[in-house]
Design a protein around this ligand. Structure first.
Ligand code: PMT
Length: 510
């Protein structure tokens, strides 16, 4: 189950970070999680990298294994000396492609921080990137040659671009400019960076950075969607003041966030199998309710959010049954996909998949279906009168799972609301009988819709508390949700183990 870092001096860490709220914000958890960590004197394993990063950025020297604070360097901001710590496991290899943007200098910090996690970094720079930072800086920080030219004979002799692409465990693009993403989305191979992206079989993580209008442009949105559909992971961009003087979404994610996302992508070591042995049911996509043999009632759900959750759960070792309405997405890796059409079929598939430990209902289920759907094609009557359709209510899958005899330990619903987001979501949570609800707005301030978008912002409502997640990719939101699920299940299992021990000891006494 969940790996915890034992015996770390959590009180000292909290003080060094500037208080409990700072740790809450960093780990994106509520106050009760911090109380639990303090009570146990432990931090979950997933907290290791961000806490280590945050302490270092505050100028502390930290032992990466135990998180022991060894001292404080004079310069806060991560410029202090690094420790000599090296783990025994073989280093993993990251190819860091630096694109041409003002944020390119932050790639240097990413390169440096990755090495603190026993990751070897090889740099590749586009021509544009070299306008902002020099290959020499990146080479000095990575202690390795930096590659810039597709047609360099020496490089081709010593390290062909195919080998360069294939030997990496992960390819990171930071900053990923609009231009670089557009070329990658279209399969161009007109420089070393795009050739590597086409040739690599390793996972790819992109950290976009650009002007907010460029990020919002439909062309960029389409390119991001195409890349995401091919399995490319994204971290950021985030909102804030831009170097160009504008304000909005488009800033490169912080180096610590990029490093964390990279570690998540990299290996089982950084992606603990902390849900292994647990079964999760995820519903995703729309349901399609027939009117006749060719017409139907449906909605615009693409399945992107539900599929991302199924994928994130499987990546943490859960056995996942993904029950999906018709979507055009491929099945995520290591997931059992059950394809359905209607709400009735979705309910039957979910019930057949029970028992389960976790259920996440992200599907947009049609509330009604046509009572007597015609098996043929409805014809015009000729008298100008449209056919009358009688709608009947569909079964509520979330409510059925929440009240089922085999109720999963943790049942999570979604609420897509057009107004009064949190109030309506709380009412829905009570009505449906689930444990948590993820509230996302149907329409955003810029007029775009959550349906079929690659981005989402939401509030996770767990009883009295609500955690707000800013706009991020649906994949990132899925990982955040799964982090909360993992913490919750670890607590449940610890309590269950304790109960088992108590009842065992009671039965031993009788
Ligand atoms: O698929 P994407 O394009 O990525 O979009 C994602 C999403 C917007 C569909 C997703 O994030 C989301 O919000 N899903 C719930 C959408 C919704 O319309 O919810 P609702 O208010 O109708 O239902 C609330 C909850 O009850 C949901 O968990 C839903 O799955 C569930 N439900 C609803 C009706 C029903 N008959 N059975 C259900 O299980």
């Amino acid at each position: 189950m969940n790996e915890y870092m034992k015996n770390c001096d959590l009180a000292a860490i909290i003080t060094a970070l500037g208080g409990r709220q700072a740790l809450q914000d960093l780990l994106d958890v509520g106050p009760s999680a911090i109380s639990n960590y303090l009570a146990r004197g432990e931090l979950p394993q997933r907290a290791h990298a961000p806490v280590c990063e945050a302490l270092r950025l505050r100028g502390y020297q930290v032992h990466p294994g135990s998180l022991e604070i060894l001292g404080q360097t004079q310069l806060a901001g991560g410029t202090g000396p690094t420790t000599n710590f090296r783990s025994d496991r073989p280093a993993q290899r990251v190819l860091l492609i630096v694109g041409g943007g003002i944020a390119a200098y932050k790639a240097l910090e990413v390169a440096r921080r990755l090495q603190d996690h026993n990751v070897e970094v090889t740099g590749v720079m586009t021509t544009g990137a070299q306008q902002f930072i020099t290959p020499l800086s990146l080479a000095a920080l990575t202690a390795s040659q930096v590659y810039t030219d597709l047609f360099s004979l020496t490089d081709e002799a010593e390290m062909g671009h195919i080998r360069l692409a294939r030997e990496a465990d992960l390819v990171i693009v930071a900053p990923a400019t609009a231009n670089l993403m557009a070329r990658a989305a279209n399969g161009l191979a007109d420089d070393l960076a795009t050739t590597i992206l086409l040739a690599t079989t390793a996972p790819v993580l992109m950290a976009p950075a650009m002007n907010p209008a460029m990020w919002q442009h439909p062309a960029t949105a389409e390119n991001v969607a195409r890349l995401a559909n091919r399995g490319i992971q994204f971290v950021g961009p985030t909102a804030g003041d831009m170097a160009c003087g504008e304000d909005g979404v488009g800033r490169l994610a912080e180096p610590a966030a990029i490093v964390q996302a990279a570690l998540n992508c990299l290996s089982a070591d950084s992606q603990p199998d902390d849900l292994s042995g647990l079964h999760a049911i995820v519903t995703s996509g729309p349901t399609v309710e027939p009117i006749d043999s060719v017409r139907f009632i449906a909605n615009r759900s693409s399945g992107k959010q539900g599929h991302a959750i199924a994928s994130a759960l499987a990546a943490r070792g859960a056995e996942v049954t993904l029950v999906s309405g018709p979507v055009s997405l491929p099945a995520p890796a290591n997931v059992r996909l059950v394809q359905v059409e209607s709400a009735t079929e979705m309910l039957a598939a979910c019930e057949a998949a029970l028992p389960a430990d976790i259920a996440v209902c992200a599907a947009a289920v049609a509330d009604w279906r046509v009572e007597n759907a015609s098996s043929g094609k409805l014809k015009k009557t000729g008298n100008g009168q449209p056919p009358s359709l009688t709608l009947v209510e569909n079964p509520d899958i979330l409510n059925s799972l929440s009240t089922h005899q085999l109720r999963p330990d943790l049942v999570i619903g979604f609420a897509a609301e057009a107004s009064d987001l949190q109030d309506n979501a709380r009412a829905k949570l009570a009505r449906k009988g689930c444990d948590w609800i993820v509230a996302n707005a149907v329409t955003r301030s810029d007029g775009s819709s959550v349906f079929n978008s690659d981005m989402n912002s939401a509030s996770l409502i767990t009883g009295e508390t609500a955690i707000d997640w800013p706009m991020m990719t649906k994949a990132e939101l899925a990982v955040r949700l799964v982090n909360h699920i993992t913490d919750h299940m670890a607590d449940r299992l610890q309590a269950a183990t304790l109960r088992d021990l108590v009842s065992q000891s009671a039965s031993n006494r009788t």
